[in-house]
Design a binder for this molecule. Structure first.
Ligand code: FDA
Length: 389
């Protein structure tokens, strides 16, 4: 059915990377299918017609990595801006820098602590809760940074993220809470970071700009009314790289893996700049969304190309995903982990099929991690299936 040596299900970063590698190293013809009407998976973005602003359709995506192989690889397809990620939070009518750092602490306590004094204070406040094992996230948060900072910046935000009282959440969700005892509020600690100069989609198009790679959009692997479906491809013996949900592949026969999703509410303001920064978190319970993204502030270098006096903001509302929602963050309870292990065992027995990406392995991956796993999967799992080469 496929005029191809390899079929890839999913045009996200995992699928695109494997496709690029297969064409380059094995010289094979690759067909990528995706049920969506665009490539790029969750990292896809588009330029808003009214304002010229690049909008990340599935939530804010910031590229960062300390992995030299990945950095060199991505730089083959795009240049990066010198964007450095920083986040602010609104709490009780004031704006604070995040992650919690000396600036946050001194503003919060109306103080001028030195690094050593702040460290001693946080240790003392945590110490009041140090006794015993934390039985839930609430106790764990107080134990790690003390009650005042935990309640101001973590408690309500986490409750909104999980739609659950932190006293009902497992302590294991926050093993550590990074507090910086200096004024560094650079969000990522990686060696390299930046945003693709001409946008995410231009980057992804470059990855597959090869006559041997073909993309078919709006095609569902499980839809047997179209020819590129699971059954016909298996019968034809075409190797498949599957990057969709692993439980869906096995018709949920061992149960469903649980995810959180995010609903985005778009606001348009007749202002040049609404927040003065790209990401504003809302730490308090009275604002129903967790954070808001002002996309144009990710790309200040494009100021000339924006419609004046206009900006676009997306508010993020987090909730548990039902079937049919976009799965974003794996919930990963012990039950989920055990179900996933069983699916993985079955997946390893599937002939001619490689499972990968965040949905195929039920893992939260950043983009650089998904590219790294795809480069490895190509060599270890996909290339051996392309045996005629
Ligand atoms: P991805 O989900 O992108 O692609 C899978 C593709 O398979 C999809 O396009 C889907 O339509 C397709 N598919 C599924 N089932 C199919 C079927 N039956 N038939 C055909 N096609 C099918 N990372 C980072 O580095 N920095 C960041 O700032 C962020 N931010 C961020 C925010 C949010 C809200 C999320 C959820 C994630 C991030 N990420 C991130 C992570 C990033 O999105 C992620 O690493 C990559 O998109 C994963 O690429 P994959 O190819 O694995 O999956």
């Amino acid at each position: 059915p496929a005029n191809a040596d390899l079929v890839i299900v999913g045009a996200g970063l995992f699928g695109l990377t494997v496709a690029q590698q297969a064409a380059e190293h094995a010289g094979v013809r690759v067909l990528i299918i995706d049920v969506r009407d665009h490539i790029g998976g969750n990292a896809y973005s588009y330029f808003d017609k009214e304002t010229g602003i690049e909008i990340h359709k599935y939530g804010a995506h910031l590229f960062h990595t300390s992995n030299r192989r990945v950095w060199e690889y991505v730089n083959r397809f795009t240049e990066f801006t010198d964007y450095v990620h920083r986040v602010y939070a609104t709490h009780d009518g004031e704006v604070y820098p995040l992650p919690i750092n000396l600036g946050t602490i001194n503003q919060f306590f109306r103080a001028h602590y030195t690094p050593a004094e702040a460290r001693a204070l946080v240790e003392r406040q945590a110490g009041e809760h140090a006794h015993g094992i934390a039985r839930n996230l609430d106790e764990q948060g107080k134990k790690l940074i003390g009650q005042p900072l935990y309640e101001a910046f973590i408690k309500n935000y986490t409750a909104k993220q999980w739609q659950t009282d932190p006293a009902e959440l497992p302590a294991s969700i926050i093993r550590r809470l990074p507090v910086r005892f200096n004024y560094d509020n650079r969000y990522f600690k990686d060696t390299w970071e930046g945003l693709p100069k001409n946008g995410y989609t231009a980057w992804f198009e470059r990855m597959i700009a090869d006559p041997r790679i073909e993309v078919k959009l709006g095609v569902d692997f499980f839809d047997e009314s179209q020819p590129l479906n699971r059954r016909t491809l298996a019968e034809a013996g075409v190797p498949v790289v599957y990057t969709g949900p692993i439980d869906r592949y096995f018709d949920y026969e061992l149960g469903e893996l649980k995810w959180r999703t995010v609903d985005f509410k778009e606001r348009r303001y007749d202002e040049d700049d609404h927040f003065g920064c790209p990401v504003m978190n809302y730490s308090d319970a009275d604002v129903p969304y967790t954070r808001a993204i002002e996309f144009k502030n990710f790309n200040p270098e494009r100021a000339e190309s924006y419609a004046p006096g206009k900006t676009v903001v997306w508010e993020e509302y987090s909730r548990f995903a039902r079937r049919g929602d976009e799965p974003y963050y794996p919930i990963n309870t012990d039950e989920d982990k055990s179900i996933y292990d069983q699916y993985r065992t079955k997946a390893q027995l599937e002939p001619n099929t490689v499972f990968g990406g965040r949905l195929g392995t039920y893992q939260y991956y950043d983009m650089h991690q998904v590219i790294d796993t795809a480069l490895t999967a190509y060599v270890e799992e996909v290339a051996p299936l392309l045996n005629r080469w």
